[in-house]
Design a protein around this ligand. Structure first.
Ligand SMILES: *Cc1c(COP(=O)(O)O)cnc(C)c1O
Length: 374
């Protein structure tokens, strides 16, 4: 088997790159699809749930799928610098790929509202980090304004190449399962990812979708039918940042799931089109529900994802309970980012370490206290 060199090389004939385009890649993609072994029984449901663990991408989130495309194209077009607004993961990914490409990177982040791991990545990779006294939506507006006059290439998901890269997640799921799942659940923030998932599934089914906005000169990759149908898309938002669920922008979005703390999503209309065409829906979860399921995944399945990612499973469990998702279904949940991104949230909700003297007796005491009963 050939050495895996990233998703552009793997899916070159289904992506808007030339045969000789040199990919800027960190071997992103090819993430595991992990079947949950304990959770279905725990909630007493006969369903098959699989986690597409995007936390195992090179910078720890699915953003790398879009960034390899966006930076590859930027370099090809001769860009000297890229810029993005970010709740954290886009900046981490942009910083890494810019470093790889040898170009400059500017990131706008909301002051004090970005998870520690993500901030450390943007800084360590050498990007210029600009903290704004405002939220993500302010940053997004400013990036679009500044790019009109400055020689910087926007790598937010309004960049169509981002969406093109991210659609490959659907290709991988279909390959792994031999076909699409019945349902695909994921968090919705700026709504680019649900749009990208749906485009990937639609292309694989040889179907058209209103979610696809084709810029000038970009091919439609809908080609020979590879599968017969598309999954039902389930999009989940945090209660404090649920503009699509509520049907209007949220002025001051708030949630512990900072990656989806967005009040006015850029890909709103495309996401609604994707959901509608799939026969799916949007729903919301509270911060308490998100954190409970984040911990449940970590402690019953061994999968440590960040809070925003956990909402995919939290929302699904609610819809299973409501009977909106039936037993016998196969559901894929995209776990968008790694739990290590946000150590503060993890530590705040976990049992504290016990401190003892460096003596055998003390250790044995702790073990006796915590050993499961036989
Ligand atoms: C960016 C991000 C999201 C939201 O994706 P959108 O495409 O903005 O809807 C969800 N979870 C994580 C971890 C993210 O980094």
């Amino acid at each position: 088997m050939a050495h895996y060199t990233g998703l552009i090389d793997k899916y070159r004939d289904r992506l808007p790159v030339a045969a000789d385009t040199r990919a800027v890649s960190l071997c992103e993609g090819a993430t595991p699809l992990i079947e949950l072994r304990n959770l279905p029984a725990l909630v007493r449901k006969k369903v098959r749930i699989l986690a597409k663990f995007e936390g195992l991408n090179p910078t720890g989130s699915f953003k790398d799928r879009g960034m390899t495309m966006a930076v590859t194209r930027a370099v090809e077009e001769g860009a000297r610098a890229i810029i993005c607004a970010s709740t954290g993961n886009t900046s981490a990914s942009a910083a890494a790929y810019a470093a790889r490409a040898g170009i400059a990177c500017f990131v706008l982040i909301p002051e004090g509202k970005i998870a520690l791991g993500k901030l450390s990545q943007a800084m360590m990779h050498g990007s210029v980090v600009i903290q704004i006294r405002g939220n993500f939506d302010d940053g997004m507006r400013l990036v679009q304004e500044v790019a009109k006059a400055q020689p910087v290439n926007i790598v937010n998901s309004i960049n169509p190449y981002r969406i093109q890269g991210q659609k490959t997640i659907a290709f991988e799921v279909i390959e792994a399962l031999g076909g699409p799942p019945d349902y695909h659940a994921l968090p919705v923030g700026n709504a680019g990812n649900i749009t990208a998932h749906w485009i990937g599934y639609s292309e694989s089914a040889g179907a058209d979708t209103a979610a696809l906005r084709l810029p000038e000169g970009m091919r439609n990759y809908r080609k020979q039918k590879m599968v017969e149908r598309r999954p039902i898309m389930l999009g989940y938002q945090a209660s404090g940042a649920a503009p699509i669920v509520r049907g209007r922008p949220v002025e001051n979005p708030e949630t512990v799931a900072t990656a989806i703390r967005i009040g006015n999503p850029v890909s709103w209309q495309q996401a609604v089109a994707a959901s509608r065409e799939s026969g799916g829906w949007f729903a919301e979860c509270t911060d308490e529900e998100i954190l409970r399921v984040q911990k449940l995944l970590a402690q019953t399945e061994g999968i440590f994802c960040e809070p925003a990612s956990a909402i995919a499973v939290a929302g699904l469990l609610k819809d299973l309970e409501l009977g909106k998702v039936g037993e016998g279904s196969t559901i894929v949940c995209t776990l968008t980012g790694h739990g290590l991104k946000d150590p503060d949230v993890a530590i705040a909700q976990s049992a504290k370490p016990v401190t003892v003297d460096a003596e055998l007796k003390a250790i044995e005491g702790v073990i006796r206290q915590h050993l499961p009963k036989t």
